[in-house]
Design a binder for this molecule. Structure first.
Ligand SMILES: NC(=O)c1ccc[n+]([C@@H]2O[C@H](COP(=O)([O-])OP(=O)(O)OC[C@H]3O[C@@H](n4cnc5c(N)ncnc54)[C@H](OP(=O)(O)O)[C@@H]3O)[C@@H](O)[C@H]2O)c1
Length: 204
């Protein structure tokens, strides 16, 4: 597992390596550390995400590019680095964590939604590049999930999202992890976008 600002949780038994996905050198170093401990990385979960919400007229260029840099280019950086080892051993699972915002759009989140939609094109293009090899790349698209990111939304934004969610509640992070774990094992699911959204995307 990687960590950036916060220290990793104690007692997980996982190797924790520091990595900011906006910095290719840190990405390289993190992979080198992981490879030294465990060999080639054969499962990659690109989960790092940030929001910087602004309506379009108020959105500065750097609000847009910084969100794309973490959410989309960050996923590209780690997928490119992981693919090296995966191609060498002929096996790999890449899961990109997107959002329902990619599919429905979200007012005030044109930067975030565009970046998360970009992950779909990235996953589908890599699926074609990997072809018949045993290397998959899929997307999980969570809806409102009970984490700090969701808690940063206004109560009005949260209730509007919940109003459109048949499950009537936010996802627990473990429920997103279940879909990620499935894709980390599945070999014949490729270029898929799996919504974990309590039904919010019905009909889309
Ligand atoms: N919560 C939701 O409602 C929701 C819905 C749909 C999709 N998602 C997606 O789910 C994923 C996880 O988000 P979350 O809900 O757990 O949000 P969160 O609580 O805000 O966590 C975001 C995580 O991304 C890490 N991160 C941010 N920028 C990074 C960078 N440059 N390099 C490395 N790590 C970085 C953060 O690390 P630090 O601790 O160092 O800041 C943090 O661990 C994100 O991709 C998010 O877009 C969330």
């Amino acid at each position: 597992m990687t960590h950036r600002g916060a220290e990793p949780p104690d007692g997980t038994g996982f190797l924790a390596v520091r990595c900011d996905v906006t910095d290719s050198r840190q990405v390289d170093r993190a992979f080198e550390e992981a490879e030294a401990a465990h060999g080639p990385v054969t499962v990659l979960i690109a989960n790092a995400g940030v929001t910087h919400d602004r309506l379009l007229p108020l959105m500065r260029e750097e609000d847009f590019t910084s969100v794309v840099d973490t959410n989309l280019t960050g996923a590209f950086r780690v997928a490119r680095r992981a693919a090296r080892g995966m191609l060498r051993v002929g096996h790999g699972r890449i899961v990109l964590v997107s959002s329902t915002a990619a599919l429905h759009g979200a007012a005030g989140q044109s930067n975030y939604a565009a970046a998360k939609a970009g992950l779909v094109g990235l996953a589908r293009s890599l699926t074609r590049e990997f072809g018949p090899r045993d290397i998959t790349c899929n997307v999980v698209a969570p809806g409102l999930t009970d984490t700090d990111m969701a808690r940063a939304l206004t109560p009005e934004q949260q209730s509007e999202l919940l109003r459109r969610t048949p499950a009537g509640r936010a996802a627990h992070p473990d429920e997103v992890a279940e879909a990620v774990a499935f894709l980390a094992g599945a070999g014949y699911v490729r270029g898929a976008v799996i919504p974990v959204d309590g039904g919010a995307g019905l009909g889309h």
